[in-house]
Design a protein around this ligand. Structure first.
Ligand SMILES: NC(=O)c1ccc[n+]([C@@H]2O[C@H](COP(=O)([O-])OP(=O)(O)OC[C@H]3O[C@@H](n4cnc5c(N)ncnc54)[C@H](O)[C@@H]3O)[C@@H](O)[C@H]2O)c1
Length: 300
């Protein structure tokens, strides 16, 4: 992949990590943010990550912070936005960006759940617009979902897939702009049933998590569900579905159990209790365990 000029808008949790990945891959990255302090600290945050991971700290030299949006995007081949999850803000931002970039500059949003179609519908050249859904932390989780809208050109998708692949990511082409894309649809199908098992008194929250971690969680990193279905046989999968699917939760909205937790202020780590109680030490230990696991399973 030839060296590209990349602009990242938003230097928060996701934006600084995305900038880091592209800089490490050899691209020139300009990063901008509406808040001066986030720009002032962006290089030191990236250096700290690179050092922690044992990656080349010199890569930070390819990251240039710029306060002015127009200046930040003017020469870009590719612009990726990682500002707050707010539709009017993102729409306004892309309208502004489009005034300053070349007609062929590719424009991407890293939204978690807002439809890419809604964000990009007001653009003049919608064929160059798409979604790229990174996962946190961007430099440790390989997946980037590349989301096509009804307007996106095949060339824009192909270039973006190659950009991410060459930067060491695992891009997945999402051919329709559906809520949750692919990863979060799968993840939250599982969470819905996990909550239903607790709600129905079949087990407690600790048991749900223990069952997953001690069973298919062990193999899921190397054996996806459809590989698994083929491995055991589609006939066996059909037999299981005939019995199990009618019994599992299929309510269209969020569980009343989850709604009550939120209404009661049981918000998880941030309030010290969610599905279960969490001391400060337990929270820190779980966070550290996840990062250590992601680092150990990192592809180099
Ligand atoms: N945090 C996650 O796990 C995660 C995962 C995938 C996608 N996302 C999505 O990525 C985006 C960013 O999330 P985050 O967690 O990095 O948020 P964040 O709050 O850490 O960062 C957002 C940054 O955008 C900046 N900003 C706000 N308005 C701006 C503007 N008008 N122009 C330029 N910069 C502006 C803020 O100052 C902040 O630095 C959101 O759309 C979010 O839904 C987040």
């Amino acid at each position: 992949m030839a060296k590209a000029r990349i602009a990242v808008i938003g230097a928060g949790l996701m934006g600084h990590g995305i900038a880091q990945v592209f800089a490490l891959a050899g691209h020139d990255v300009v990063i901008t943010d509406a808040f001066a302090q986030n720009l002032e600290t962006v290089k030191s945050r990236i250096v700290a990550n690179l050092r922690d991971l044992g990656d080349d700290e010199g890569a930070v030299a390819r990251v240039a912070p710029r306060a002015d949006l127009a200046e930040a995007v003017r020469d870009a081949d590719y612009v990726v936005e990682a500002v707050l999850e707010d539709l009017p803000l993102k729409q306004k931002l892309f309208a502004e960006v489009e005034r300053h970039v070349r007609p062929d500059t590719i424009l991407a949003s890293n939204t978690s759940v807002i439809p890419i179609t809604a964000i990009m519908q007001g653009l003049e050249k919608r064929e160059r617009a798409l979604g790229t859904h990174w996962w946190n932390p961007p430099f440790l989780v390989p997946l980037v979902e590349v989301i096509e809208t009804q307007w996106t050109s095949p060339a824009a998708i192909a270039w973006t897939m190659e950009l991410h692949e060459a930067a060491g990511k695992k891009p997945a082409h999402v051919k329709k702009d559906v809520p949750g894309f692919i990863g979060n649809r799968l993840q939250h199908a599982l969470w819905r049933e996990a909550i239903a098992l607790v709600e129905q008194g079949i087990c407690d929250a600790e048991t749900v998590d223990a069952v997953i971690k001690a069973s298919f969680g062990r193999r899921i990193a190397v054996l996806g569900p459809l590989e698994n279905a083929d491995l055991v046989g589609t006939d066996l999968t059909l037999a299981i579905h005939n019995t199990v699917l009618p019994a599992i939760d299929s309510r269209p909205g969020p569980s009343p159990y989850l709604q009550k937790l939120v209404a009661d202020g049981k918000l998880g780590f941030k309030s010290g209790e969610g599905f279960r109680k969490w001391s400060a030490d337990e929270q820190a230990a779980l966070r550290a365990k996840v990062v250590a696991h992601l680092k150990a399973s990192r592809d180099r």
